[in-house]
Design a protein around this ligand. Structure first.
Ligand SMILES: [Fe+2]
Ligand SMILES: [Fe+2]
Length: 188
């Protein structure tokens, strides 16, 4: 199942695995995209649900933001922006990260207010989803096509990401136990 299908109903399955053609240095970031897509889906679904589900989705997003997505954004900018010469690609990455950081700050600062604003939750979920899909389809493709030699030098960074963030590891599979929540568990 391709990454974009993660927005369909039902638990994700094999889409956790990045595309086979993904450069090894980018695979940890691609794996983390699956967790981001689950958050995006949860936010969009919960936007149309009741207050308890909305609050739970926002709280889950804040947890994921603080433990994974925030650093993921930082790593993309630190490691990949220097390899991105196309001003359109650079501009879109930076602008979307900035917009998502602002929305995440609102979630952290007043999660109850965000949970009371279904349109805002929908906007956050849509922006996160579209950003990840763009990175997988265009941005990562451009980076690995144009700079394979530079990416080879970043393999140590990929190992560091896997050490810091469980969602970036190949042995981690994602499992959804109930609507609006997700957990990770190591494969045997
Ligand atoms: Fe990003
Ligand atoms: Fe990303």
């Amino acid at each position: 199942m391709p990454l974009e299908d993660a927005n369909r109903p039902g638990p994700p399955s094999t889409e956790v695995t990045p595309p086979l053609s993904r450069h090894a240095a980018l695979q940890p970031l691609s794996r983390e995209h699956m967790g981001g897509l689950i958050q995006a889906r949860n936010l969009k679904r919960a936007a149309g649900a009741g207050p308890a589900a909305r609050r739970r989705a926002v709280d889950d997003f804040v947890r994921m933001w603080q433990t994974e997505i925030r650093e993921h954004f930082d790593d993309e900018e630190r490691l990949l922006l220097p390899l991105t010469r196309d001003p359109a690609l650079r501009g879109r990455l930076v602008a979307e990260h900035e917009a998502l950081r602002k929305l995440a700050a609102r979630c952290e600062g007043d999660p109850r207010a965000v949970a009371d604003d279904a349109a805002l939750m929908e906007r956050l979920g849509t922006l996160l989803h579209d950003h990840i899909r763009w990175e997988e389809r265009e941005y990562f493709e451009a980076v690995q096509r144009d700079h394979p030699e530079s990416l080879a030098a970043l393999l140590g960074e990929a190992g560091s990401m896997e050490a810091r963030r469980p969602g970036s590891r190949a042995r981690t599979k994602l499992r959804i136990d109930e609507p609006g929540r997700n957990t990770t568990e190591p494969t045997p």
